[in-house]
Design a protein around this ligand. Structure first.
Ligand code: ADP
Length: 397
C-alpha cells in the first residue's frame, strides 16, 4: 500500500473511532434520561420538605435525614453560597442546570436539575420542585471520551509527522541522486568521447581531462558536504572547545585563501578592530571556525567578478567576537534571500556566473555557527555586493 493510501486508511480509522465514541455517548445520554429521577421539594427558605427514595439513594442518605434539612446539606461550596439562609433561593425560577452534589460519603455526583418555582393561592413564591437526574456516569464517560479523543489526536499528529518526515527523506534522496547523476553523466560523456577517438589531439584530451577532474572534485565536495550534514544532523560532530588565537587563525586563512583570490583577480583584505581587544580571547572549535570562514570567503570570491574586493573584518566586545565578510560582488536577488540557507539551494546568480557549487555550503555554515553558540545573518543588494556577519560568544555558554 502506498504511503498516501495507508495514511488515508489510518485517518479514516481514527475518524471512525471518534464517531463511534460520540454515538455511544448519545445512546447513554438517552438511557440516563429514561431511568427513574430523583425528586425534591424545597420551601421558600431552601429547606427540603420532600425527597423521594431515588434522590436519597443517589446521595447515600435516608429520606428521613434529608427531609427538614437545608438544601446546603448536599450542595457543593460554590452552589451552597447561593442557597445560604437569607439569600434568594437559587432554584426559584424554572431552569435546567448541571450541578455538582456532594453525597453522604463525601464523593461528588453530577446531576441535571430541572426546577420549577411553586406559588401559593395568592401568587406568592413558596418553594421549588425539582427533578434530579444522576449524570455522574455520563460525566465520567464524557471525560473518558475526551481522554480517548486526546489520545487519538496525539496519534494522528504523530502519524502525520512521520508521514511528513518520510516524504522529506524521499525528497532528499531524490535530490541527492539528481546531484550525483549530473556530474556522473558528464564524466561518462567525456570518457566516451575520449574512447571513441584514439587520435584525439593533445589539447582536446587535456580539456576533457580537466573537465573530468573538475567533475571528480565536485563529486568529492558533494560527498564530503553530505557527510558533514549527516554528522551535524545526527549530533555526531565532536566539538573541541579551546582558546584560540584570532590573529593566528586570520594568518592561516590568509595563506590558505590567497591563491583562490589571486587566480580569480579579486583582492582580499583582512581588517582587525584597532587596539583594545585580546586577540587570543576566543574559546571555540578552531577547525569549525576555519570551515565557516573559508565557506563565506570562498563564496565571496566565487560571486565577485574580477577586479572586485572581499574584506574580512573582525571586531569584539566583552561577550562576542564579530566576523564580517563583505564582497563587492553580484549580490543576491531580494526574492531569493530567504532561501539561501536551505539545502541544495543555488541562486540564479550561479547560472549567470557559471560558478560550481553544491548548494550545501551555507546550510553547513549556518549549522556550524549555531553549534558554536553563535548567529549568522546577511544583507545583500544586487549589483552592489553582499555582507555576511556572524557573532560567536567569547566563551560558549
Ligand atoms: P553554492 O555551492 O551554490 O555556493 P551555498 O550554500 O554556499 O551554495 O550558497 C547558496 C546560494 O547563495 C548560492 O548558490 C548563491 O546563489 C548565493 N550566495 C551565497 N553567497 C553569496 C555571495 N557572497 N554573493 C552572492 N550570492 C551568494
Amino acid at each position: 500500500m502506498s504511503t498516501r493510501s495507508s495514511h488515508a486508511a489510518f485517518i479514516h480509522e481514527l475518524d471512525a473511532g471518534d464517531r463511534s465514541l460520540k454515538a455511544s455517548i448519545r445512546q447513554y445520554r438517552r438511557m440516563v434520561q429514561t431511568v427513574e429521577d430523583g425528586v425534591m421539594v424545597l420551601d421558600a427558605d431552601n429547606v427540603l420538605v420532600f425527597v423521594n427514595q431515588e434522590l436519597a439513594d443517589m446521595l447515600g442518605y435516608s429520606t428521613d435525614v434529608l427531609v427538614g434539612a437545608p438544601l446546603t446539606t448536599f450542595l457543593l461550596d460554590d452552589q451552597a453560597a447561593n442557597a445560604a439562609p437569607g439569600r434568594r433561593p437559587r432554584l426559584s425560577v424554572s431552569e435546567e442546570s448541571e450541578i455538582k452534589l456532594q453525597a453522604a460519603d463525601g464523593t461528588c455526583r453530577w446531576a441535571l436539575v430541572r426546577s420549577i418555582p411553586l406559588f401559593d393561592g395568592q401568587g406568592h413564591f413558596c418553594g421549588v420542585r425539582a427533578r434530579v437526574s444522576d449524570m455522574t456516569a455520563l460525566k465520567q464517560a464524557e471525560a473518558e471520551v475526551a481522554r480517548l479523543k486526546d489520545q487519538l489526536d496525539n496519534r494522528r499528529a504523530l502519524f502525520e509527522h512521520e508521514v511528513e518526515e518520510r516524504s522529506h527523506i524521499e525528497e532528499f534522496v531524490a535530490t541527492v541522486s539528481h546531484e550525483f547523476r549530473t556530474p556522473l553523466t558528464s564524466v561518462r560523456g567525456y570518457i566516451d568521447l575520449m574512447l571513441s577517438d584514439p587520435d584525439l589531439p593533445r589539447e582536446q584530451q587535456e580539456r576533457y581531462l580537466n573537465r573530468l577532474l573538475a567533475n571528480a572534485e565536485h563529486l568529492a565536495n558533494l560527498l564530503n558536504s553530505l557527510l558533514d550534514l549527516s554528522r551535524i544532523a545526527e549530533g555526531h560532530l565532536q566539538l573541541t572547545l579551546e582558546p584560540i588565537s584570532i590573529q593566528e587563525k586570520l594568518d592561516q586563512l590568509n595563506e590558505a585563501m590567497a591563491p583562490q583570490f589571486s587566480e580569480r583577480g579579486v583582492s582580499f583584505k583582512i581588517e582587525l578592530q584597532d587596539g583594545g581587544f585580546d586577540r587570543s580571547a576566543l574559546v571555540t572549535d578552531g577547525e569549525c571556525l576555519t570551515r565557516v570562514l573559508s565557506n563565506l570567503l570562498s563564496n565571496g570570491c566565487k560571486y565577485t567578478p574580477a577586479g572586485g574586493q572581499v574584506t574580512l573584518r573582525v571586531e569584539a566586545d566583552p561577550e562576542s567576537v564579530w566576523f564580517t565578510v563583505a564582497d563587492t560582488g553580484v549580490g543576491i536577488p531580494a526574492i531569493e534571500q530567504d532561501r539561501i540557507f536551505s539545502k541544495f539551494y543555488r541562486g540564479s546568480n550561479t547560472r549567470r556566473l557559471g560558478s560550481r557549487g553544491t548548494g550545501l555550503g551555507l546550510t553547513i555554515t549556518k549549522s556550524l555557527v549555531e553549534l558554536l553558540g553563535g548567529e549568522i545573518g546577511f544583507v545583500s543588494q544586487e549589483g552592489v555586493g553582499t555582507v555576511f556577519r556572524l557573532s560567536l560568544p567569547v566563551v560558549p555558554h
